[in-house]
Design a binder for this molecule. Structure first.
Ligand SMILES: [Zn+2]
Length: 143
């Protein structure tokens, strides 16, 4: 239910673990083991004596993101686009010629800067999706 929030927090460079399996006591155990802050919509979680958590109030990811940015005092922009949106690993810069076989020919011909994910091997480049994400953040009033 917080998948969109998780994705946007990763866009901002935040270290976020997300998955359907993370509920109830499993969630609490995982958060304790890794020293993580829990973001949840589950009002009953506090009865289970969890580690620190934020109860997400809104159903809408834009409001959710605003809430987390405010509560955690995240500096938007300092680590933006530094994390894989799929698997959360920190992206690494990659030389252009090293990604030639991994990206579409048009992208290779028109882009100069690439990064890639050492976890899932997805290649990233700052094309239009960066611009549209920045626009989306502006609309949310957080950029
Ligand atoms: Zn990845």
């Amino acid at each position: 239910m917080l998948g969109k929030l998780a994705k946007w927090l990763r866009v901002l460079g935040q270290d976020v673990i997300y998955g359907q399996h993370l509920t109830g006591y499993g969630l609490i155990r995982a958060a304790r083991a890794e020293g993580r802050l829990i973001l949840t919509r589950d009002r009953r979680l506090k009865q289970k004596q969890p580690p620190p958590f934020i109860l997400i109030e809104s159903d809408h990811y834009r409001d959710q993101l605003r809430q987390v940015i405010e509560n955690c005092q995240i500096r938007v922009g300092s680590a933006i686009f530094s994390r894989c949106l799929v698997c959360n690993a920190r992206l690494q810069d990659r030389a252009k010629k090293a990604v030639e076989k991994l990206v579409p020919p048009y992208v290779f011909a028109t882009q100069e800067k690439f990064s890639w994910c050492p976890g899932c091997r997805k290649v990233y480049w700052p094309a239009t999706h960066h611009a549209s994400m920045l626009e989306e953040l502006r609309k949310m009033g957080v950029q």
